[in-house]
Design a protein around this ligand. Structure first.
Ligand code: PMP
Length: 430
């Protein structure tokens, strides 16, 4: 352990942070929803949203191993896996989204989405949300305000970026008791479109996650996306749904997060879960938008190994009925947290959809001051209890749970009960 830690500190960039920086775990293997450290200790993984159908799922592993020994890269040549995976993936999406591009990471996907939007609309300006994260490439950092906000960095907004308030009803501009909050937040987007016009600029794209993850599992209020999509399209722009986190069944019941909001985007970006831990990402769009880009290539995008794995992941979701399981287990998780909420003055809000749950901790419900330190202490103590949770939100006070879809009702009950015990012990110390 010590040697690995020393090598990591010496040779890997300091800015690549580890979970639990004070006492990072060394993970040596994983299976389904469990991680195992170098002492053999088992941890329940509530944050690894990439290993979607479960770490090292046997079907995914065997398909991957077989393809690995047959053909891994076929850049520029025809192969079955890429074509068949594109067809299968597209069958999970609304009819208008019928052309697929493959890349290897969510960031590349969002970068390509912006290029597609610009090539189709001939407009380069983008509206993003002020607590969004869309990736780590140069232009994506510009539309990921949470990165510089959370780190307290001084940042000069680029002239092509227009930032709308994140549509949150807890500690947001418009509250939960405001019945029209979806419309009111959408109006903020309309104002940006109009302001840009007055300044001689035109919006080419609106990009948002369907559930805003790094912003603290924010579920936009009813009708928000309906109004925003209409305003954007009426003004000649296109709508991009970043489904890197909220996609592929994470929200339960359906494959895609935008289905929660009853809208159909023009471009969808998909990443993390589709490769179950293997680098694979896709951008799916309409025929017209796809055809507007004259040339695109990616050495590893859509390679036969990645696509065979992608197909295996879809097969597991179907065979193991993971969409309905995510709905039921996710409901059990959220209901569980809502049940313990009255007992804990520090639980300000419980929110989420499906297996995407956030618990916002506050100093007390009256002042709603973010309990940042408590969130960190809680995550460390949960780790001592062998449960790994994440922390998100601009104030780093939202405990997030994004477990693999094979998570069970028993796992969910155990997490809620342990969380309640740990939080009670922290509250009693305060
Ligand atoms: N979009 C969202 C919503 C994300 O959460 C992430 C990664 N956390 C990305 C894009 C970027 O994906 P990647 O890290 O695979 O480049």
């Amino acid at each position: 352990y010590r040697q690995t830690l020393q090598m990591r500190k010496s040779f890997v960039g300091k800015s690549c942070r580890l979970h639990f920086e004070v006492s990072p775990l060394k993970i040596v293997r994983a299976s389904r929803q469990y991680l195992y450290d170098d002492t053999g200790q088992e941890y329940l993984d509530c944050i690894n949203n990439a290993s979607h159908v479960g770490h090292c799922h046997p079907h995914v592993v065997s398909v991957g191993q077989e393809q690995m020994s047959k053909l891994t890269c076929s850049y520029g040549f025809l192969n079955d896996q890429t074509a068949m995976y594109a067809k299968h993936l597209i069958s999970t999406l609304p009819e208008s989204l019928c052309v697929c591009f493959f890349v290897s990471s969510g960031s590349e996907g969002n970068d390509l989405a912006l290029r597609l939007a610009a090539s189709y609309t001939k407009k380069h300006d983008v509206i993003c949300l002020d607590e969004a994260y869309h990736g780590n490439l140069g232009n994506l950092v510009e539309i990921s305000p949470i990165t510089y906000k959370r780190l307290g960095l001084k940042h000069q907004l680029k002239e092509w970026v227009h930032v709308a308030p994140t549509p949150k009803t807890f500690r947001g501009k418009f509250g939960a008791d405001e019945p029209n909050s979806g419309q009111l937040y959408a109006n903020e987007v309309l104002k940006l479109i109009q302001k840009a016009k007055q300044n001689g600029r035109e919006i080419g794209a609106f990009i948002s996650e369907s559930i805003i993850s790094a912003g603290g599992i924010v579920v936009p209020p009813e009708n928000y996306f309906t109004h925003v999509y209409r305003y954007i399209r009426e003004n000649g722009g296109v709508c991009i749904a970043d489904e890197v986190q909220s996609g592929l069944g994470r929200c339960g019941e359906n494959y895609w997060g935008f289905q929660v909001h009853n809208v159909v985007p023009d471009i969808v970006t998909i990443g993390k879960p589709i490769g179950n831990g293997y680098p694979l990402s896709a951008v799916v769009t309409t025929k017209d938008i796809a055809d507007s880009l004259s040339i695109f290539s990616s050495t590893f995008g859509g390679n036969p190994l990645a696509c065979a794995i992608g197909r295996a992941v879809l097969e597991v979701i179907e065979n193991e009925k993971l969409l309905s399981s995510a709905k039921n287990v996710g409901k059990c998780l959220k209901d569980g947290f809502n049940e313990i909420r009255p007992k804990h003055p520090m639980i300000g809000d419980v929110r989420g959809v499906g297996m995407m749950v956030g618990i916002e901790l506050v100093m007390d419900r009256e002042n709603q001051k973010p309990a940042t330190e408590t969130a960190e202490i809680l995550a460390y103590r949960m780790k001592e209890k062998k449960i790994i949770v994440g922390i998100e939100g601009p104030d780093k006070n939202v405990i997030v749970l994004l477990p693999p879809l094979c998570f069970t009702i028993d796992n969910a009950r155990f997490v809620v009960q342990t969380f309640s015990e740990v939080l009670a012990s922290i509250e009693s110390e305060a």
